[in-house]
Design a protein around this ligand. Structure first.
Ligand code: NAP
Length: 400
């Protein structure tokens, strides 16, 4: 009675679902099917490269990939190498953990503006994937003339983007940012970074530790207009939300006492500023007028690809609940979805069709990539230097 479960996507939500499945110790076999040759999804490509503590969760995930009932199948894309129908047909259950990797658009004039040196406006997925060495996003913005950056959004992704741009080379030295991005940021003539919220600071979705970190950066002074801060968290919010927002307001009040220009880069938190249009070198904001911006990064959330919604298919993570929540959110949810899957399987006859997996990068192949990257980072004192080229990833995985 061995059931076969496919998990599509080797990011945190899929891997926590696998963890949940195997903790129940059922008689099942799990195939983790991943489009990239490398596992770990958002942890590898989305968590900011300087937040190595958050990335350390991959050690737990790596142990899962090595278990005998688990097969990692990298470089296999559902929709290209096998169809969704084939997957649903062949497996007793399919867990969809494909995340959300499409940058949402603001839908305002100038969003697709091309300057001679590239687009003015970058979505945060694309921008952060570049910092993180995602092989589909090897080209980043030309920062050589960028003095002023507008970061649109008041979530933790906006803080990630602003912080990585703001940190000094020394502060990034023990990160796994790709060397080209690190060099481009270090050489950019950055003077101002504006983090722009369309609502007031009492609505910002920053979390306290991440916001407070912005006040401790070597070459950056964080500032804000104190007149925006005479507000309180909405009384209708649940207590933890009110506490989080109250802490944000306290931190921002500290920033409001700082002197703009007292360090090489001024990081401005601007509120109640709805973006209206982008023009070469500037962004127009309701209430705040125009701001100079040689680069804009929109951090306003993500959409996902469609997948079949039918019996036996179980979405998890961002594919299920949308682009919210931290890595640990996925643990609770992944374990709950695993329970749903096990309940669904109970009493069913296992399918007995052929193995449909095409040739793939297996866990040994991933470990060859891992070893190669760690070795490349060692002489530089970095955790790793990532391979960013598809052909190189495949060659190293295959032992060439
Ligand atoms: P988020 O927290 O939902 O923030 C999205 C921001 O975009 C909000 O400020 C939202 O404003 C704004 N926005 C949306 N549409 C907009 C529009 N049309 N015009 C202007 N602003 C717009 O999402 P996120 O920053 O993408 O982060 C995704 C999830 O990952 C979050 O749960 C986050 O906490 C988590 N994350 C955690 C960490 C960490 O723990 N260190 C790091 C990165 C990400 P409104 O509020 O007005 O809608």
């Amino acid at each position: 009675m061995t059931y076969r479960v496919a998990v599509i996507g080797a990011g945190p939500s899929g891997l926590y679902a696998v963890d949940g499945l195997l903790r129940a110790n059922p008689d099942l076999h799990v195939d983790i099917i991943e489009r990239l040759p490398t596992p770990f999804g958002l942890v590898r490509a989305g968590v900011a490269p300087d937040h190595q503590g958050t990335k350390a969760v991959v050690r737990q995930f790596d142990r899962l990939l090595a278990l005998p009932d688990v097969r990692f199948a990298g470089n296999v894309e559902v929709g290209r190498d096998i169809t969704w129908d084939e997957a649903c047909e062949a497996y007793d259950a399919v867990i969809v953990a494909t995340g959300r990797a499409i940058d949402r658009k603001l839908g305002i004039p100038g969003e697709d503006l091309q300057q001679p040196w590239g687009p003015l406006v970058w979505g945060s997925w694309r921008f952060v994937a570049w910092l993180n060495g995602h092989p589909d996003f090897r080209v980043g913005p030309d920062l050589s003339q960028v003095r002023s950056v507008a970061v649109i959004g008041n979530g933790n992704v906006a803080l990630d983007v602003a912080r990585v741009l703001a940190k000094s080379a020394d502060e990034m030295a023990r990160s796994d940012i790709v060397p080209e991005a690190a060099a481009a940021i270090a050489a950019a003539p950055l003077g101002d970074i504006h983090v722009i919220g369309r609502r007031g600071p009492e609505h910002a979705s920053f979390t306290g530790n991440e916001l407070a970190e912005m006040g401790r950066l070597a070459r950056v002074v964080a500032v804000t207009d104190p007149t925006d801060l005479n507000v309180a968290p909405p009384s209708s919010d649940p207590t933890p939300e009110r506490l989080r927002k109250a802490r944000n307001l306290e931190i921002l009040k500290g920033f409001a006492t700082h002197q703009p220009g007292s360090k090489p880069i001024t990081l401005h938190f601007r509120f109640n500023a709805v973006p209206l249009a982008f023009r070469p070198g500037e962004v127009e904001l309701a209430t705040a007028g125009t701001l100079p911006a040689d680069l804009v990064v929109t951090c306003i959330g993500y959409d996902g690809e469609a997948f079949p919604r039918q019996e036996g298919v179980f979405p998890v993570g961002w594919a299920r609940r949308g682009p919210t929540g931290t890595i640990p959110t996925n643990r609770t949810e992944g374990h709950a979805v695993a329970k749903e899957v096990l309940a669904w399987l109970e009493g069913r006859d296992p399918k007995s069709g052929p193995d449909i997996l095409p040739a793939a990068i297996d866990v040994a192949g991933w470990h060859r990539i891992d070893k190669h990257e760690i070795a490349a980072g060692a002489p530089l004192g970095r955790p790793r230097v990532k391979l960013t080229d598809w052909a190189a990833l495949l060659a190293v995985a295959q032992g060439d």
